[in-house]
Design a protein around this ligand. Structure first.
Ligand SMILES: Cc1cc2nc3c(=O)[nH]c(=O)nc-3n(C[C@H](O)[C@H](O)[C@H](O)COP(=O)(O)O)c2cc1C
Length: 376
């Protein structure tokens, strides 16, 4: 094991593992933000950790990105550490989920590690400062040439009735769309009661149409709109969402969120049962996330931007998603287990695979294992 990996494993075992996972998250995030606020340090760290391989550069959603690998929603819910996260090498950062109104989320404890499974279970419940405050924070950010791409992920305020969900998403859109490089309608978190019902096309159609309209009303430029779906959808429902996305002219789909399933875990069953409700993420999600991606690709044939997330730990995992049709990839849980050098490792591995496969660009590798572009 390289020494720098050994240092993080030691830090994880001696410090983070002994702490409540949510407290460990806040501590690690505090350090990241602190480091990125030191004059000169941010650029220096970025120089070492961020990708420099031109072949990894990619255009997706009309955005020029230094690479395909982003931080998934949920880590920076309030957009407080975008520059620090970009310093660590993420090619883009998806903030949120942000809801119409501020809310505290579920009672703690609400985040749990399953170390043997390299997984997490969370029932955070969209704890966030609300769309008005997050919009003000994004508005205050200076824009420079090194400002990373920022996706904004929105969801429903818990106390808002399902019947009023559209208005809540529209409120967030009106406040946030102008600051978003892309916008994500999250209808797939298992921790807000009823939220996932919005994935049914009869609910999703008016919701996505209203968000699209609100975004177009509030910004003169086109903000790419994506929908984020659950891995627990039946295959036919995945097809229906894909068809709807095409019908409505959506820009893409993010798949997947966490699962309510608990199959195939190595962790002690009694402990898993004791943890209780929540979304499972990390390695156990790998297989299903790939299957969902393959299904989406087969249905959409390269006509939508596909963002694959769920169980990506290594460069090989990210590569698998790319060759099966993912234009972009994201991760969250493995960041906890792999530490601050994670992005560098993934980028290095991706560069090596591009070269070994004789691909001149990342775009050339996207979907190369399915080769269905002419059929679409
Ligand atoms: C603690 C935690 C909080 C999360 N919060 C959100 C969220 O607010 N919105 C969202 O769309 N996804 C959220 N997610 C899901 C992730 O964005 C991602 O879809 C999922 O964890 C699968 O990726 P992974 O296996 O790489 O973690 C959260 C995940 C975790 C572990």
């Amino acid at each position: 094991m390289p020494w720098e990996d050994f240092v993080y494993k030691l830090l994880f075992d001696l410090v983070f593992k002994k702490m409540d996972p949510e407290k460990a998250h806040h501590l690690a995030f505090f350090w990241i933000r602190l480091a990125s606020s030191v004059p000169g340090l941010r650029g220096l760290v970025r120089l070492v950790l961020a990708p420099r391989d031109r072949a990894l550069r990619t255009d997706a959603l009309g955005l020029a990105l230094p690479g395909p690998f982003g931080l998934a929603a949920g880590f920076d819910k309030n957009a407080v550490g975008i520059d620090g996260l970009s310093m660590l090498g993420f090619d883009y950062v998806e903030i949120g989920t942000v809801t119409g109104e501020a809310q505290p989320g579920n009672p703690q404890p609400r985040l749990f590690r399953l170390v043997e499974d390299r997984a997490l279970i969370n029932r955070m419940g969209f704890n966030n400062q609300g769309s008005a405050r997050v919009a003000a924070r994004l508005a205050a950010r200076p824009h420079t040439s090194s400002t990373p791409v920022v996706g904004v992920n929105i969801g429903k305020t818990k106390v808002v009735e399902e019947a009023d969900a559209v208005a809540d998403y529209v409120k967030s859109t009106e406040r946030l769309a102008r600051f978003a490089d892309y916008l994500v309608v999250n209808v797939s978190s298992p921790n807000t009661p009823g939220l996932r019902n919005l994935q049914a096309v009869e609910h999703l159609r008016p919701l996505l149409s209203a968000v699209r309209e609100a975004a177009d009303r509030t910004t003169p430029h086109h903000v790419p709109l994506l929908v984020k779906i659950a891995p627990d959808l039946a295959d036919e429902d995945i097809d229906e969402v894909a068809d709807l996305a095409l019908e409505l002219g959506l820009d893409g789909i993010i798949a997947t969120n966490t699962t309510i399933g608990r199959e195939g875990l190595r962790s002690d069953a009694a402990r898993v049962a004791e943890i209780g409700m929540g979304g499972l993420s990390g390695a156990p999600l790998k297989e299903r996330a790939l299957v969902v991606l393959q299904r989406l690709r087969a249905r959409t044939g390269g006509r939508l931007t596909l963002v694959s997330v769920g169980g990506i730990e290594t460069a090989e995992d990210a590569w698998q998603r790319i060759v099966h049709g993912a234009d972009l990839v994201q991760g969250y849980s493995a960041f906890v287990y792999e530490g601050p050098l994670w992005c560098r490792r993934v980028h290095k591995g991706l560069s090596a695979r591009l070269r070994a496969g004789g691909f001149r660009s990342l775009a050339a590798a996207v979907g190369s294992a399915v080769d269905d572009r002419t059929a679409a």
